[in-house]
Design a protein around this ligand. Structure first.
Ligand code: HEM
Length: 300
């Protein structure tokens, strides 16, 4: 049985840091494996952090063709019918640190970035922190409809026996909020934007659910009417003047994430009302390999 990277499911870590790195040159890509394997400390129980490592899908295919999974890079912006655009800012490697406090993350992330600097340079860094336990900075609970830990592995991981078993695909997207504009709405109007009540996070009844609410634009079903969920681990970021949500979503099929983005952008139907109050600044997909695949990479 293939084993996933544990940090994907490490719920409750209030402090986080995201790094996206670019390999310095295509020739150095092969050295990446060695440099990543030097990162023993963040993988040890005494470090107090979880580390998840992801790779640009096409880079992963190049490095480990036998472990490749069906995924493509975020190499083109997604543009809705009215021109609303989700930018494509694909990078080569993603490091996601989570832990109880920022001091341990800072120390481990510094070591990691320095160790990798021979091979890759940081293109993007963002520090995240949980807000009122599990709320987005709009004040709404984020994660209510998430699968529980009993179901999350099935939703997230490529099944045993399939190519890339134990791996997953992550979507990483920074959204900058315009909270002041959102705060000007009445609570009922805010609830119409999200599709859930603000206090209890109850889904709005069908007769009240607007077709352009965030829930309506992201709830996916297959032809038989069964729900096609994803597993979200998004985190708020920023300061009083500039803040938002670092969206982190996992799925075993990239199509689910991609369809949700297209629907949010208004490619097939109304544009998600939430996009009138928050703007995507980045967008990248990463293959998050199984532990077995990561170890194999170090032997290549
Ligand atoms: C500004 C960025 C975003 C914010 C503030 C946000 C916030 C929220 C909130 C408050 C909910 C309702 C509570 C819950 O079930 O978690 C929700 C639900 C959801 N969001 Fe987002 N979200 C954002 C972006 C995205 C993106 C980019 C995707 C997918 C690619 C996504 C997928 C979902 C899904 C699948 C649900 C559950 C829908 C259901 O009820 O079945 N969200 N989000």
């Amino acid at each position: 049985m293939a084993h996933s990277q544990a940090g994907i499911f490490s719920l409750g870590d209030p402090s986080q840091a995201h790094f996206e790195l670019n390999v310095r040159s295509p020739e150095r890509a092969k050295e990446l494996a060695g440099a990543l394997m030097e990162l023993e400390r963040p993988h040890s129980t005494v470090s107090g952090v979880n580390l998840v490592v992801g790779f640009r899908p096409s880079l992963w295919r190049e490095l480990m063709p036998a472990r490749a999974i069906d995924a493509r890079d975020f190499d083109r912006p997604i543009v809705g019918a009215d021109g609303f655009t989700m930018p494509a800012t694909q990078r080569d490697v993603w490091l996601w640190f989570t832990g109880a406090s920022y001091d341990v993350i800072f120390d481990q992330a510094r070591v990691a970035v320095t160790t990798l600097s021979k091979v890759a340079e940081v293109a993007f860094e963002l520090t995240g922190w949980s807000y009122r336990h599990s709320r987005d900075l709009t004040g709404f609970e984020d994660g209510t409809a998430n699968p529980s830990l009993l179901e999350a592995a099935d939703v997230t991981l490529v099944a045993d026996g399939e190519p890339g078993a134990g791996s997953t695909i992550a979507l990483l997207q920074q959204w900058r909020h315009r909270t002041r504009e959102f705060d000007h709405l009445s609570e009922a109007q805010q609830e119409d934007v999200i599709g859930r009540t603000k206090a209890a996070s109850d889904e709005l009844p069908p007769e009240r659910m607007p077709g352009d609410s965030h829930v309506a634009r992201t709830e996916l079903h297959d032809a038989a009417g069964d729900e096609l969920p994803i597993f979200r681990r998004s985190v708020p970021y920023g300061n009083v003047g500039d803040h938002g949500l670092m969206f982190v979503g996992f799925a075993r099929e990239q199509g689910r994430l991609d369809t949700m983005l297209r629907q949010m952008a208004g490619m097939d139907g109304p544009r998600d009302a939430l996009t009138r109050f928050s703007t995507p600044l980045t967008g990248a997909y990463y293959v998050v390999p199984s532990l077995e695949a990561l170890r194999e990479l170090s032997d290549t």
